[in-house]
Design a protein around this ligand. Sequence first.
Ligand code: HDD
Length: 725
Amino acid sequence: MAKKTTDPNVNLEDKKLQDLAPDKEISAGELMTTDQGLKINDDTNSLKAGERGATLLEDFILREKITHFDHERIPERIVHARGSGAHGYFQVYESMAKYTKAGFLQNPAVKTPVFVRFSTVAGFRGSTDMARDVRGFSVKFYTEEGNYDFVGNNIPVFFIQDAIKFPDLIHAAKPEPHNEIPQAATAHDTFWDFISLTPESMHMIMWAMSDRAIPRSLRMMEGFGVHTFRFINAEGKSHFVKFHWKPLLGVHSVAWDEAQKLSGKDADFHRRDLYDAIEAGAFPEWEFGVQIIPQEDELKYPFDLLDPTKLIPEEIVPVQRIGKMVLNRNVDNFFAETEQVAFHPGHLVPGIDFSNDPLLQGRLFSYTDTQLSRLGSPNFHEIPINRSINPVHNNQRDGHMRQQINVGRSSYHPNTIAGGSPAQATKAEGGFSSYEERIDANKIRARSKSFMDFFSQATLFFNSQSEPEQNHLIDALRFELGKVETVAIRERVVGLLSKVSDLLAKRVAEGLGMEVPKPQEPLNHNFGADANPADYQDQPNKQGIEKSAALSMANTVKDTIKTRQIAILAADGVDATSLKTVKTALEAEGAQTKLIAPRGGFIKDNKGGAIKVDMSFLTAASVVFDAVYVPAGAESVTALTDEPDAIHFINETYRHCKAIAADGEGVALLKQSYVGAKLKNGKSDAIAGVITSETSKPDVLAKDFIHAIAQHRFWEREKKDKVPA
Ligand code: HDD
């Protein structure tokens, strides 16, 4: 075997934990010092020439403190600046030796430590979590064979086919350079100008305008490696592979109106949700999936495996779930870990290799380069979060902020002075060797003809969406293009949309108050200086399948309410049984409840008991919850009915198509809201996701409520029953 055998007795997680051991928290009585260890006697007053005099340059304590402060910030990532991270582990279900010799994919007994960072792409470091954007999904596996970095997204395809266009794409998407507006949003002219001239982006645009780009939680989104990679087994045989992460809580999103409101009410919504879930012990879990394609099948598909604007429909090559990742520990220090972590798709282990996807090939240069400017030194691998658990031995030396104190006289290879060490590893010792792919080609600047089908998978995606999902996508395009000021740009985009779907183009055009223009021809303007334009023809729809169920979130897991956030609205006089029965039932299923009242402190229930209030209407907002419950209790409900914020809470929850339950007198609050007009004779039978029990049967109600929350949203009421909120 070429691979190093993993000893199941070695606890790799402990190994990484030792590496990451944070400083001890400062204990009581510890004295303050300068960075040089000098005890400080006054940290409040600078050294001055007299009480009212100027500060002296001599004050080295002041200077050290201010200098350190002045340099606290490092350049933020040019893309994916806003991110949230957590630690965990990965375990393979069974050995994948048939396909790959990667050590961490061999032994189900081994838990490989991981660090995961999720991100948005366009916004700055302090921007909202709830932007309409692609989410980055990066996983650093600390394996015994070195670090393996998975650097993917929550969308399986990309905007462009060649990395040379990446700076253009990002310049177009970021805030416009003259006034740095808008923040964390693609709804502006430069982005759509670029897109309108980049027909290959249409498939990705379908995903980015779908609800995938506004996830309910980082814990409820898929991850994709995007490119085709290779698995290489011990015999050197290669299979192509596409990587997936499948969240066990299902794939869920919020409504666009909700996302925008969340950006104001809680701009840290995703970061907080991830942190809180882990703190509460509700560890997020994903299964690792692979689509494996034999080398000989490389050219058998109606798309090119090397084209990052294409996916392989799961109906054509099923996803095998081969292992599980659990995130079970929050960071100790955001900067030291989440900010300083450095991913790179070129951090490989034996058994995994690249394909010739031209987007991937360009990325392989970019990531180390960016770490050099971001982290300031080629020694970024020595920062604890980036350190390999496999010891590092080489002749790289010195540089800014070097931590390792290399000893001995030799820093070169070959040598005799150090007995030839460090020596090169043979393949049998686990030495990495690239897949020996035969290449016989002319050096050209052009794109393969096999990349020229820009629309058929965009069409497949659009046609695979449920009706509400299609409506959301259409509304998103109306929103984005509605913010575009240059009419010609809008027209070019709608022209491109008409090549995806007539229905889509027509409805987007309707919303914009325009006709569907003819797509601008030729579309193939940028296929390479050495290309022959006659080669490039629009490809007819050729995917061979009409729909792919895996592309629609409507088909996701809907059997759990674990970690869902439920608001309970109450005031003094709330019915203790009605409140407790439903709360207990929800919590037994893993949901979390918060009591919201007109003011903070405690409320009194109808039996005189005091119940702690978690939030008042001032600090709470319906958008941070998945559902709302109004328990019985005449006095409580009267107080709530007098509270416009309570009525608004119900209206907004209804508008965002979430589950609502009201017990006994609680139904009166619904009647005061816009929901009231929808209740037939005060009963909710006809309204999806609204559960009432006027005669107060909280135990029966709880069951229906739990089932409703698990459905996540009742989009069917969105169009016909829309309410202002
Ligand atoms: Fe990239 C960061 C994912 C194309 C250049 N990228 C970055 C991160 C993710 C991705 C998740 C954040 C890593 C972290 O959390 O620190 N990038 C992708 C995916 C791509 C992609 C899935 C296409 C399939 N990226 C891409 C291209 C280039 C870059 C084509 C350049 C040619 N990406 C970078 C970068 C970043 C980065 C500038 C910024 C911060 C960093 O690397 O560490 O090098």
